[in-house]
Unconditional design. Structure first.
Length: 294
């Protein structure tokens, strides 16, 4: 049976460009994608300094907003707001100058809490089923941080949440500025998902999928979609929409149950050769591409 592909037409919910789906696609995301908040605990376990201290000693003074962002508190833009509000002190003195530079050995505090600038860390994980994409859970359920364990001492966070039963590509970092960028709707971050349904998708329903499915937030129009199995139960779908559980809700609205959901691509990254439940650091080339992603 030939595999049928569909390309969406211009309409609500689509990004600036459209790509062909290559390989198997991926899973559901939560619209509350990670942006570090300054109200979270800023104390690093054990109070240990990281290699950034050595870097500062070599580089000399760095801008205060960069130091704050590297500490995992927020993005540089949000750090500027904290500085302007008089919430940051350096060596015991309030600093409101946006261009202020921090010297090696300076003590930077936010609301009395000492900040330790960390080296930027970027991790790619192939998330297994049954793990929450949070740093901790009040009910003490497993989170993706359990898969990292104590192998990474920097304070990292998931970017672009996947629900507990969704598997696939997950990015974790302490780069607040990058996390904010990837989470902002204006960047149209593309995701590819592999969706396994409870029954073969009917031709008329696949056509509805291509044209867009009405949801509570509006019409969800995929950037691209394809039937990728002979039994018509497996669908590849590419989209940039970050609505809560958007992939599952699209197919539920069409009358199908999603049996398996896996994200295979996010912002140009893929999990090729990365086994389920494993993680690795991004290469320098991947970090550069990610920072210049549009």
């Amino acid at each position: 049976m030939p595999i049928r592909k569909g390309k969406r037409s211009a309409g609500p919910g689509r990004g600036k460009t459209s790509r062909k789906i290559s390989g198997a696609p991926d899973e559901g995301v939560d619209k509350k994608e990670f942006v570090p908040r300054h109200k979270k605990s800023l104390q690093k376990p054990g109070g240990k300094e990281t290699k950034i201290a050595e870097t500062l000693a070599q580089e000399g003074p760095v801008r205060l907003n960069r130091y704050i962002a590297n500490s995992g508190v927020c993005s540089r833009r949000e750090a500027d707001n904290l500085i302007s509000m008089g919430l940051i002190t350096v060596n015991g003195k309030v600093v409101t100058e946006l261009g202020y530079k921090v010297n090696p050995g300076d003590k930077v505090r936010y609301e009395g809490k000492l900040l330790t600038a960390e080296k930027p860390v970027y991790i790619l994980m192939n998330k297994p089923k049954g793990y929450l994409t949070t740093t901790r859970d009040p009910k003490e359920r497993d989170t993706v941080m359990a898969l990292i364990g104590n192998k990474v001492r920097e304070r990292i966070y998931p970017v672009g949440r996947l629900d507990r039963n969704t598997t696939g590509l997950l990015l974790l970092t302490n780069d607040g500025e990058l996390a904010e960028k990837l989470s902002h709707p204006s960047y149209n971050v593309k995701k590819i998902y592999k969706v396994e349904l409870d029954r073969p998708i009917a031709p008329e329903d696949f056509d509805k999928l291509i044209r867009g499915v009405p949801l509570e937030e509006g019409k969800a129009v995929p950037d691209d979609a394809a039937i990728v199995s002979e039994d018509r139960k497996t669908i590849g779908i590419e989209l940039h929409i970050g609505w809560n559980r958007v992939v599952r809700r699209i197919f539920e609205a069409l009358g199908y149950e999603v049996r398996k959901l896996d994200r295979t691509m996010y912002a140009g990254l893929d999990k090729r050769d990365l086994p389920r439940g494993k993680w690795r650091y991004l290469t320098q080339q991947e970090v550069i591409r990610l920072k210049h992603y549009r």
